[in-house]
Ligand binder design. Structure first.
Ligand code: URA
Ligand code: CA
Length: 434
């Protein structure tokens, strides 16, 4: 087989065979096919697209390019949740203990990555002593015992995707639905998920800014999952404004604890119940989605979710007393209020801009080398649709620096107030099951 023929075939709009896709992924991974040929192919894919079968083949070829995590020693259906990424998205922290409390095994592998705040692991490290440096055996033991554990990314997962993603980044071929969908799905499948619940974000703070694009990506991923034998569904949820109130690592841990107590922000709680219902249902722990939801509400009400969270923290070295005494979490030295300059209704809280403000405070990594300040961040007091008086606080800034003028300026630019009534955005737009 010659790579030039594969490129030509795709350039001409034809579908590649399973063997042709395997050939280029193998060759790219082992270095026998150079960047320039793969660049040409990804650009051809960008313009010509891929059939459902090609997408599934590409996903599985990338899965097989590296290690695959074997979770078969864990009892039950391993349901993984994946979010396409947003601002202040505290769902993973809440959902893990919530569904684990109902016996759904949560075997989470997580990385650190760049972003407005840290990843799930960084957030959890705000709890004194908590660590993810456990070996595979311990990981599996903990999931069987507690139904929940988290381990740092290890091994060589989907090396083909890593190489391809970096190449796409510099060849203007990132925003191709078939390439995004297979990239995300390959990582979930290699990590050992039996079933997958996707949270596809839509709006200003999301990777996909429009509902149409988000729907297309969601459908593409759901199709791939189901075509390769992993039950997969997607929820399309709002990310025009940050989710919940807190954006920051320790601040989000506190928000997660509040939510597990049944005292969390309405939108975060609702999204967790929606995603959680699908996870519980896919894991076979409920008869219907309604049944799953009422079971989740029950573990919030009766404290089992919170108890599960405590056991999870303690099992990985964490000080579980933070659950009852959240003031033990890292605290920022200074707090500043962002006062509304006019009265009216909040009409916009541009999520990615607010996220950038949190990053300026030190809550996230701008480069791989950046050190995160776990204590800092933002806590919104108003959300879109809320009425506000002039001088009233829109949010609190938690900072370890006395100088926050640049952050305030950025925040004022991204939060708009209008005089007329504004309706809050729809939280869950669609649920896609096939
Ligand atoms: N996120 C991924 O993991 N892959 C993509 O291609 C785009 C976003
Ligand atoms: Ca939040």
């Amino acid at each position: 087989m010659r790579m030039v023929d594969v490129i030509e075939k795709k350039r001409n709009g034809l579908a590649l065979s399973t063997e042709e896709i395997q050939f280029f992924i193998d060759g790219y991974t082992d270095g026998s096919i150079p960047d320039y040929q793969v660049s040409a192919l990804t650009m051809a894919i960008f313009f010509q697209g891929m059939t459902e079968k090609e997408r599934a083949d590409l996903t599985m070829a990338m899965v097989k390019s590296g290690d695959q995590i074997d979770l078969s020693a864990i009892e039950g259906v391993k349901v993984d949740k994946h979010s396409t990424g947003g601002v202040g998205d505290t769902t993973t922290l809440v959902l893990g203990p919530l569904v684990a409390a109902l016996g759904v095994p949560v075997a989470k592998m997580s990385g650190r990555g760049l972003g407005h705040t840290g990843g799930t692991i960084d957030k959890l490290e705000a709890v004194q002593g908590f660590h993810v440096e456990i070996d595979n055996e311990e990981f599996i033991h903990l999931v069987n015992q507690n139904k929940i554990a988290i381990i740092g990314q290890s091994g060589n997962l989907t090396p083909a995707d890593k190489k391809l993603y970096s190449l796409r980044d510099v060849t203007a071929t990132v925003d191709s639905i078939p390439l995004i969908a297979s990239s995300i799905m390959s990582k979930k499948i290699a990590a050992g998920a039996d079933a997958i619940v996707l949270d596809v974000k839509t709006g200003a703070g999301a990777f996909m800014k429009t509902l149409d694009d988000s729907r297309e990506l969601a459908k593409a991923m759901v199709n791939i999952g189901n075509n390769v034998g992993r039950r997969t569904m997607a929820v399309i949820s709002d990310m025009s404004q940050p989710l919940g109130f807190a954006i920051g690592n320790a601040l989000e841990v506190k928000e997660a604890i509040d939510t597990m107590k049944g005292e969390g922000p309405k939108d975060l709680t609702e999204l967790c119940l929606t995603l959680g219902s699908h996870m519980v249902y896919l894991a076979g722990k409920a008869e219907s989605l309604e049944d799953a939801r009422s079971k989740l509400e029950e573990v919030i009400r009766n404290g089992t979710a919170l108890e599960t969270f405590k056991v999870f923290l303690a099992s990985q070295g964490g000080d579980a007393s933070v659950v009852d005494q959240p003031e033990k979490l890292p605290q920022a030295k200074y707090q500043f209020e962002l006062e509304a300059k006019a009265a009216g209704y909040v009409s916009e809280i541009v999520a990615d801009e607010v996220g950038t403000a949190a990053m300026l405070l030190g809550a996230g990594r701008a480069t791989k080398e950046s050190v995160i300040d776990l204590a800092v961040g933002l806590v919104l007091k108003k959300k879109i649709g809320d009425k506000v008086e002039k001088g009233e606080s829109l949010l609190t800034i938690y900072s370890n620096s006395e100088e926050v003028n640049q952050v305030k300026e950025k925040l004022y630019e991204s939060i708009k107030i209008t005089s007329g009534y504004v309706a809050p955005p729809i939280l869950v737009h669609e649920e896609i099951t096939e």
